[in-house]
Design a protein around this ligand. Structure first.
Ligand code: TTP
Ligand code: MG
Length: 392
């Protein structure tokens, strides 16, 4: 479906783990319930709305939750049970549309563009769905509906708990206007800080800024923020099949500490991933690295790109940035390195808004390298500049 005509629904269960526990054990009804790791280093998975009033929230250390709300019920998670209920919910979703993108156990996007007519309005479809979920599980959920995934998700957040909010296409700008800048997808804590330093607090501030002004602060990302602030998001609902990722990793025969050596390996992995992307005619927007240390501690870090790409150069640059900025090398050495891409879409689905001369030049070089490597064997040619920092 064309992005201009889509209707997207986002469903998210309310205080999922806690609600399941309360539903399975009526004695917990009305009490603050906190589910999570109960050991000394445990963290909160979720807190019931009663417990949230004491300031308890997901990812908080359990010791702190105990301090804030000592009289709560503290429970360790029952993963099997939550998955069982998640499956029930998934089955209900499938009676509405096959175009479902599960995001986590308790959350999914649905492209309801094609089924809307059966229900009369987005609201009545959403209410029917909430009722079906309620009848099958005895649990409440919240639903957001909008012209794209970003709006739908923000709408379901505002509808919580046990609510529904529909933001029609023509209302999206006014809906976004009062929200804080980090409601925009891709604006994390660090970008938020930078935006605030530049004087932008709300999405409305970004709506009012000129593109040129934004470019001064955010470079290539300005256009992305501008579009997002207006409520534009062309990312389609991706079924599990389409959401697949591509990755390559390598384990060393002995642990490596030398950063330059590691970056060379990182480059080769990025090049292999880029080649596989191009073979499959796919573009990616998320680059991931995986690092396993000598003591088997494993870290993964990911970053989203401003544009879809299949270029080795772009994948490599992000992978290297992640490696340099987020991985601290120490005497444990590195045992395994991996590079991957996710958030894939087929080439040609989206007109490339970000195509420019530099990009097409790189594209030519990549294609040439693929051809040469195909003819003469992998690794025949790699970029001479591969380890030079071309972003600075
Ligand atoms: P969320 O949907 O983020 O949270 P929630 O359902 O508990 O509450 P809300 O009403 O705000 O949607 O996450 C769903 C479940 O995933 C949650 O119940 C527990 C689990 N979870 C974790 O284990 N760790 C986390 O950090 C988060 C955010 C969630
Ligand atoms: Mg939830």
């Amino acid at each position: 479906m064309e992005p201009e005509q889509r209707t997207i629904l986002h469903l998210d269960m309310d205080a999922f783990f806690a609600q399941v526990e309360m539903n399975d054990n009526p004695e917990l009804e009305g009490k603050p319930v906190i589910v999570g790791g109960l050991g000394p280093r445990g963290v909160v998975s979720t807190a019931s709305y009663e417990a949230r009033e004491y300031g308890v929230h997901s990812a908080m250390p359990m010791v702190e939750a105990r301090r804030l709300c000592p009289d709560a019920e503290f429970l360790s998670p029952r993963g099997e049970r939550y998955s069982e209920i998640a499956r029930t919910v998934r089955h209900i979703l499938q009676t509405y549309t096959p175009d479902i993108q599960p995001v986590s156990l308790d959350e999914a996007f649905l492209d309801i563009t094609g089924t809307l007519h059966k229900y009369g309005s987005p609201e009545s479809l959403g209410q029917q769905l909430r009722e079906d979920v309620r009848n099958a599980t005895n649990l409440t959920c919240s639903v957001g509906i909008g012209p794209n995934k970003m709006i739908a998700k923000l709408a379901s957040e505002q509808a919580k708990p046990d609510g529904l909010l529909h933001v029609p296409r023509e209302k999206r700008e006014s809906f976004l206007r009062p929200l804080p800048i980090d409601a925009i997808w891709g604006v994390g804590p660090r970008t938020k800080e930078r935006m605030q330093e530049a004087g932008y607090e709300t999405i409305g501030d970004l709506q009012d800024a000129s593109l040129m002004e934004l470019e001064e602060h955010f470079g290539e990302w300005a256009i992305v923020y501008k579009k997002r602030s207006r409520g534009e998001d062309r990312d389609p609902v991706k079924t599990r099949q389409q959401a697949k990722s591509i990755s390559n990793e390598t384990t060393f025969s002995e642990d490596i500490e030398d950063p330059e050596h590691l970056e060379q390996v990182l480059y080769r992995l990025a090049a292999r991933v880029g080649r596989r992307l191009r073979e499959k005619q796919l573009l990616s927007r998320t680059v991931k690295i995986k690092v396993r240390r000598g003591d088997f501690t494993t870290l993964t870090r990911r970053r989203t790109l401003p544009e879809h790409t299949d270029l080795t150069e772009n994948i490599w640059q992000r992978a290297r940035d992640l490696f340099r900025q987020q991985i601290e090398l120490d005497d444990r050495g590195i045992r395994l390195l991996g590079v991957g891409v996710a958030n894939l879409q087929e080439k040609g689905v989206q007109p490339d808004l970000f195509e420019d001369e530099e990009q097409s030049r790189r594209s030519d070089v990549n294609q040439l390298m693929d051809e040469i490597n195909e003819e003469y064997g992998q690794g025949t040619i790699t970029r001479g500049v591969q380890l030079r920092d071309s972003s600075s």
